[in-house]
Design a protein around this ligand. Structure first.
Ligand code: E4P
Length: 231
């Protein structure tokens, strides 16, 4: 139904969650601010390597990252044993209401994901390298699960096939867990993830910037600018 004079029809307005969400994988507030300014960023993911590069403690840095973006901010736990993951996860969740606690999909992590779910804490099941791990994470109630595409390819596997299988399994049983493709190395990973129907994709700033580039666009733009100046 299109209202006369309006550009958008009601049907064309995307439903919440009905489009691929793009996340910036960064713990650098300046980079996050620049990424959010593009207008296409839905949230932030961090990881131990990114946090280690910052000279600030998560308790200080995480609220600042949350203030820069409207969506979820994933923050990893350091703990390895289930009880300590739960304790640390609860503390991280108290830092800000939009924190999602990032937990590896090993056996202790999965137990902690189920317990955190019971406490009302959203979790991001990370380091997922097999469809079965994703299935378990979904059964434990993870909010996001992240197949590691680039890392799987490093070992000769097909990262995108992993994504496709996980999406199919979670769809088969209508799990609410969202598939956030991670370890993204290039724009093709993003494009293929969107074609497969992934809920979200997290990527470094360099990949996010590369999404908008095409050499033909640059050439045509140059051609048009020349036409203006000659006209
Ligand atoms: C996602 O949440 C991860 O931080 C990220 O994608 C890690 O991938 P990498 O270790 O291959 O860079």
């Amino acid at each position: 139904m299109t209202t006369p004079g309006s550009v958008l029809s009601v049907e064309k307005v995307p439903k919440l969650g009905g489009f691929v969400k793009l996340f910036i994988d960064s713990a650098d507030p300046k980079q996050v601010r620049d990424a959010v300014a593009t207008g296409v960023v839905d949230g932030v993911t961090t990881n131990p390597k990114l946090l280690a590069r910052s000279d600030r403690a998560p308790a200080d840095l995480v609220p600042e990252l949350c203030a820069l973006v409207r969506g979820p901010v994933s923050v990893p736990v350091r703990a390895r044993a289930s009880d300590s993951i739960v304790e640390e996860g609860l503390a991280l969740a108290r830092l800000h209401e939009r924190v999602v606690v990032k937990v590896p999909v090993h056996a202790d992590g999965l137990r902690a994901i189920a317990r955190l779910r019971g406490e009302g804490v959203r979790t991001h099941a990370t380091l997922c390298c097999s469809p079965n791990q994703a299935l378990l994470a979904a059964k434990c109630g993870a909010y996001f699960v992240s197949p590691f595409v680039g890392r799987s390819e490093d070992l000769g596997g097909s990262g995108l096939e992993l994504v496709a299988q996980i999406i199919e399994i979670l769809d088969n049983y209508e799990f609410e867990t969202q598939v956030m493709v991670a370890s993204v190395r290039n724009p093709v990973h993003v494009q293929e993830s969107a074609l497969l129907g992934a809920d979200a994709c997290t990527m470094p700033w360099s990949v996010l910037q590369a999404l908008a580039h095409h050499p033909l666009t640059d050439r045509l733009d140059e051609e048009q600018r020349r036409a203006w100046s000659q006209g």
